[in-house]
Design a protein around this ligand. Structure first.
Ligand SMILES: C=C(O[C@@H]1C=C(C(=O)O)C=C[C@H]1O)C(=O)O
Length: 364
């Protein structure tokens, strides 16, 4: 090895030695952190706590990481690394099983990994109803289901299940969604059919009209299923994710074909136990109002009067004749916040609250 500081080889070796020393520190700090998490598990055990996973605390850890962040790595990457560190520490305390709307490679699996990291066992389910069932039956600790898409609106099935389920919402995940056109065909003119979930077809409507106007559109139950078919049917293209392309070894004929560049999907994490306040929470409610003038106004007024922000309102047909309408309402704050307690008590007295669906940390 040369000794001269102006020699490129010397400069490379010198910096690699620095990286080796930094890695040694990172590794030793990781081990320290993991041992501390194990101590926390023993404290929780001593208090008779059996649910070691604390979404509200994890939200606070990630919020601190974001507040400290100064680059040069992208903030998203640093958050993902800390997400993985927490997931591995939690796995030392407790192995979690999380059911999700599959199959493998679906966007919902992407949301699960973004929220829980790689250390949890992920159980793909064929339907959203089966995700609810797995968590209710304790075959899984948590479940991840899609809720709404910024382009196409709400996922009706999830809302109808939330209406009937005893489970609570314990978290939300927001995922940027990109769609790829996957096919074995050499060019677009060889394609005769384009397959995807109806929502994905709708999100790429403009692109498909411009480039695949000659194709028959095939609605399938999910995009991963479309990719599976594209792997064996050479004239069929699938609209699906990069993960699905990798899973099936399918070439990407056109990348990011979604019409809206800020296309995003929101997911709920559902569980059996309520989550404590993190300081940055949302509360989801199922409300009802009679079919009379001003009833919706009366329903929302107790929130407005107390300065509680309304984040989302969706109406769904009531599934019991008694209710004319049901409304899915998201408000800012935790149900244990005194003002929200008050507003809910007032509404509950008037019969406006069908169910509290849960308070949970806002997506990071
Ligand atoms: C260590 C804890 O347990 C789990 C692991 C966490 C972590 O690694 O930071 C945070 C919350 C919990 O899900 C804790 O409750 O603080």
């Amino acid at each position: 090895m040369s000794e001269r500081p102006d020699d490129p080889e010397w400069r490379l070796d010198e910096r690699r030695a620095r990286i080796d020393a930094i890695d040694e520190q990172i590794q030793s700090l990781l081990a320290d952190r993991a041992r501390t998490a194990q101590e926390i598990a023993r404290v929780k055990e001593a208090c008779g706590d059996t649910m070691f996973y604390r979404p509200e605390r994890e939200r606070q850890v990630l919020a601190r990481v974001r507040a400290r962040h100064q680059g040069p790595l992208p903030e998203e990457d640093v958050l993902r690394i800390f997400r993985e560190i927490m997931g591995s520490c939690l796995a030392l305390e407790q192995a979690l099983t999380v059911a999700y709307f599959g199959p493998e490679g679906s966007f919902t699996e992407g949301a699960l990994r973004k929220h829980f990291g790689g250390a949890v066992a992920a159980l793909p389910q064929a339907t959203i109803a089966e995700v609810f069932r797995a968590v209710t039956a304790k075959a899984a600790d948590f479940g991840v289901v899609p809720v709404e898409n910024s382009a196409e609106g709400i996922v009706n099935h999830t809302h109808d299940l939330l209406m009937r389920s005893p489970l609570v919402i314990v978290g939300e995940v927001v995922l940027r969604v990109h769609h790829q056109l996957l096919a074995r065909a050499q060019g677009l003119d060889e394609i005769t059919h384009v397959a995807a979930h109806p929502q994905a077809l709708a999100q790429c409507r403009g692109w498909i009209e411009r480039h695949l106007a000659h194709c028959e559109q095939v609605a399938v139950s999910n995009n991963a299923e479309a990719a599976r078919r594209a792997a064996s049917e050479s004239h069929l293209a699938a609209v699906a994710s990069r993960e699905a392309a990798a899973h099936w070894g399918l070439p990407i004929l056109a990348a990011n074909i979604e019409d809206a560049p800020d296309n995003a999907t929101r997911f709920f994490v559902i569980g059996r136990h309520a989550v404590g306040p993190s300081g940055q929470d949302k509360t989801s409610l199922l409300l009802t109002a009679p079919h009379t003038p001003g009833s919706l106004h009366a329903l929302l007024e107790p929130f407005a009067r107390r300065g509680i922000s309304l984040l989302r309102i969706e109406s769904r047909p009531a599934q019991r004749a008694l209710w004319e309408y049901v409304f899915f309402v998201d408000i800012a704050g935790h149900e244990k916040d005194p003002v929200i307690e008050e507003a809910l008590a007032e509404l509950e007295q008037r019969g406006g609250v069908v169910r509290r669906l849960g308070s949970y940390p806002q997506a990071v």
